[in-house]
Design a protein around this ligand. Structure first.
Ligand SMILES: Nc1ncnc2c1ncn2[C@@H]1O[C@H](COP(=O)(O)OP(=O)(O)OP(=O)(O)O)[C@@H](O)[C@H]1O
Length: 245
């Protein structure tokens, strides 16, 4: 019998991310702490989804699990239909490289190479010629208003400029899933909205999705969908924040 694996656990075939019964424990000394409990959510393609919640509620842990960098203690994660934690390590790395762009709170830029080379890394890792990869990175810089910063080393850039280099690096290979942890926190209001416009332009389409962890109430109106985590449990899923938030 042939199983339609996209339907396992009730995952919609069109879901960008589908989590079923996700739990995650961390162990510190003798103590084991459960920081995520029974997370069942479908992130739809074509939408900008926000994940909000108090500090320590589990947002970074959940997005790390959703994008293949942290194994869940329990449960399954499908990204565009692929059961990612059933892949072997090499296949998982390749899957991430091909399909996922990350923007983390720490920019993790390589200090010894210039901004354009940093942003070109995902293309070079996929085998693109270095010069062409840099050109593509600089095109992305133009959209982010930092084209004139391409030849600078990371330590010659402001915090906001470093963040935009990290954003360019996440988007340069046009991944199907973009995952961002506080992408606008270090930016002024105008630059923050510009980054959100760019994320919507590049990262949201019929077969693409973007999930954003944010506390930034200046951009809440731009979400298609808002998920709220409280103490490791999903307590709200809607087009707006709950009234008491
Ligand atoms: N590697 C780890 N070892 C032990 N505990 C951890 C580890 N990573 C996270 N935790 C704990 O898990 C809980 C959730 O952390 P997480 O970073 O996911 O929260 P968050 O909602 O992203 O917080 P913030 O908004 O402050 O970034 C916290 O209690 C945190 O202390």
């Amino acid at each position: 019998m042939i199983l339609d694996t996209t339907q396992i656990g009730g995952c919609a075939p069109t879901a960008a991310i589908c989590t079923r019964a996700i739990a995650r424990d961390f162990t510190a000394g003798e103590q084991t702490l459960r920081v995520l409990h029974d997370i069942n959510v479908d992130i739809r393609a074509g939408e900008l989804t926000y994940l909000v919640g108090e500090s320590g509620s589990g947002k970074t842990t959940l997005i790390s699990i959703m994008c293949g960098i942290l194994y869940p203690t329990e449960g399954d994660v499908r990204v565009f239909g692929t059961d990612i934690y059933a892949l072997d390590d090499t296949a998982l790395v390749n899957f991430r490289l091909e399909n996922i762009g990350f923007i983390f709170q720490q920019y993790n830029l390589i200090p010894s190479i210039d901004a354009a080379s940093n942003a070109a890394v995902p293309l070079i890792a996929r085998g693109m010629d270095r010069r062409e990869a840099r050109e593509r990175a600089v095109e992305m810089f133009a959209k982010l208003n930092i084209a004139d910063q391409a030849a600078k080393l990371p330590n010659q850039l402001s915090g906001g400029q470093q963040q935009r280099v990290a954003i360019a690096r996440a988007l340069v290979h046009e991944p199907r899933l973009v995952v961002c942890d506080e992408p606008t926190a270090a930016l002024d209001a105008k630059s923050g909205r510009r980054v959100m416009d760019l994320l919507r332009e590049v990262a949201v389409a019929a077969d693409r999705a973007c999930i954003i962890v944010t506390h930034d109430n200046r951009i809440f109106d731009l979400a298609d969908r808002i998920l709220v985590l409280e103490d490791g449990r999903l307590t709200h899923d809607g087009t707006d924040l709950p009234k008491d938030h």
